[in-house]
Write a protein that binds this ligand. Structure first.
Ligand code: AMP
Length: 178
């Protein structure tokens, strides 16, 4: 399945969750068996090329793609979670959202020293969320040099921010706008 066919499976919802945002909805992509399988296969190829020995997925849509990639490559999967979800003492990082602030948490016990993580999420916009995940994994002792996304919004320059932090960014699809 080529990039245009994958792009057609993504539903665009204007003014969600706020006026002016074009929400790129991957639920229509994962509802298509061949489309979901092709997406996971492409991400898994990139993760393998990056030399991943573990996959970190960002809550919530990063879990869907990240966990599928990890299972396909028979690698550990580590969830990067929203606050208050993990039942153990956590490492936490605050970061800026488009409006307001967010927090992400991980179980430091899930990260081995020098373990090479590839971060996966559905979409990169400003890059704040992915950067927070990279920071957390690095603080926990992991190595992170690669992040994979189904969609990049290049107008928001998140990929450039990640590159400045020494992370190679790859996305299957680029969409214009916010
Ligand atoms: P950012 O931190 O600005 O890179 O935002 C990325 C996170 O917000 C990802 O976890 C996305 O799922 C979500 N997100 C941001 N913008 C959009 C959008 N236009 N459509 C769908 N999800 C979005």
């Amino acid at each position: 399945m080529n990039a245009e066919a994958l792009a057609r499976l993504i539903r665009t919802v204007p003014d969600f969750p706020k006026p002016g945002i074009l929400f790129r909805d991957v639920t229509t992509l994962i509802a298509d068996g061949p489309g979901f399988a092709a997406t996971v296969a492409l991400l898994a190829e990139q993760a393998q090329r990056a030399g991943a020995d573990a996959i970190a997925g960002i809550e919530a849509r990063g879990f869907i793609f990240g966990a599928a990639v990890a299972a396909r490559l028979v690698l550990p999967f580590v969830p990067v979670r929203k606050p208050g979800k993990l039942p153990v003492p956590v490492l936490a990082v605050d970061y800026a959202l488009e409006y307001g602030r967010g927090t992400l948490e991980i179980d430091p016990g899930a990260v081995g020293a020098g373990q090479r993580f590839v971060v996966i999420d559905d979409l990169i916009a400003t890059g704040g969320t992915a950067l927070a995940a990279v920071e957390l994994l690095r603080i926990a002792g992991g190595t992170v040099e690669d992040a994979l996304f189904v969609i990049d919004l290049p107008d928001l320059a998140g990929a450039a921010r990640l590159r400045e932090a020494g992370v190679v960014v790859e996305a299957l699809l680029d969409f214009p706008g916010h």
